[in-house]
Design a protein around this ligand. Structure first.
Ligand SMILES: [Fe+2]
Ligand SMILES: [Fe+2]
Length: 239
């Protein structure tokens, strides 16, 4: 069994006028390219981690074609919510609508065989930022975001506590990056280290490979940026 990851699919099969190619030719027909690579790489007994920004849908009705598209691809999919997933309902409701091959992790965990996966959406950190990498410079860290960040940090720890302690591979997913590009110790990073997480999968940062954005290994944890444009629209094998 292999584990792959790809985030920020930003699907829109159920909504009009939300094609990603407005963000440039890089995104042209991207679901077809993801599907082609996915089918080449992923076997039916593999796992694919989807670290948020699944869909542009606003309602359950709108998201169903996207979830159906994900469901028909090979593998068991484990997803978390991104900042754009406005369609995301309560956990109870989600359980009733998710197709068989998709599991959701939302401040909790999912375990299979010797693998345990936890996660939360997370939020921008006051300690590190990526705004300077974008052309449109953002204002300093907004005070009101601190409350959301701290709440999400608590949710992250709550989900880490639910990891199967006997699992060989403990994996955490966040939508927002849990560490800066320099891999200096972060509050989320310290939690991963404390709870024995070896792999962290996140998304949200939209850059192409050419923009030389790298994460990597720090203090026993491997950090993977898996936004699909950064991955060249191919799922990344992490284990
Ligand atoms: Fe995104
Ligand atoms: Fe995002």
């Amino acid at each position: 069994m292999s584990i792959y990851a790809i985030a920020d699919l930003h699907l829109s099969f159920g909504v009009a006028n939300k094609k990603m190619d407005v963000f440039g030719p890089l995104w042209s027909d991207h679901p077809a390219r993801v599907e082609e690579a996915w089918r080449l790489l992923v076997k039916p007994d593999d796992i694919v981690l989807l670290a948020g920004d699944i869909s542009w849908a606003m309602t359950l009705e709108e998201v169903m074609p996207d979830l159906t598209w994900i469901d028909q691809l090979p593998g068991l999919k484990v997803m978390i919510r991104g900042n754009h997933d406005y369609w995301w309902p309560s956990v109870k409701k989600l359980e009733t609508i998710l197709p068989a091959s998709i599991k959701a992790v939302h401040h909790n965990s999912f375990s299979i065989n010797d693998i345990s996966i936890c996660g939360t959406r997370f939020w921008d950190s006051p300690a590190y930022g990526f705004a300077s990498l974008y052309n449109n410079k953002r204002a300093p860290y907004p005070e009101e975001d601190l409350k959301i960040y701290r709440r999400e940090l608590g949710r992250l720890e709550a989900s880490l506590k639910l990891l199967n302690p006997l699992a060989t591979h403990k994996i955490a997913m966040t939508h927002y990056p849990p560490i800066g590009l320099d891999l200096a110790s972060s509050e989320a990073g310290e939690l991963f280290e404390r709870y024995g997480v070896s792999q962290v999968v996140f998304g949200h940062l939209h850059f192409s490979r050419e923009e030389k954005l790298y994460f990597g290994h720090a203090r026993g944890v491997e950090y993977h940026l898996t936004a699909c444009d950064f991955l060249g629209f191919k799922p990344l094998k992490i284990l």
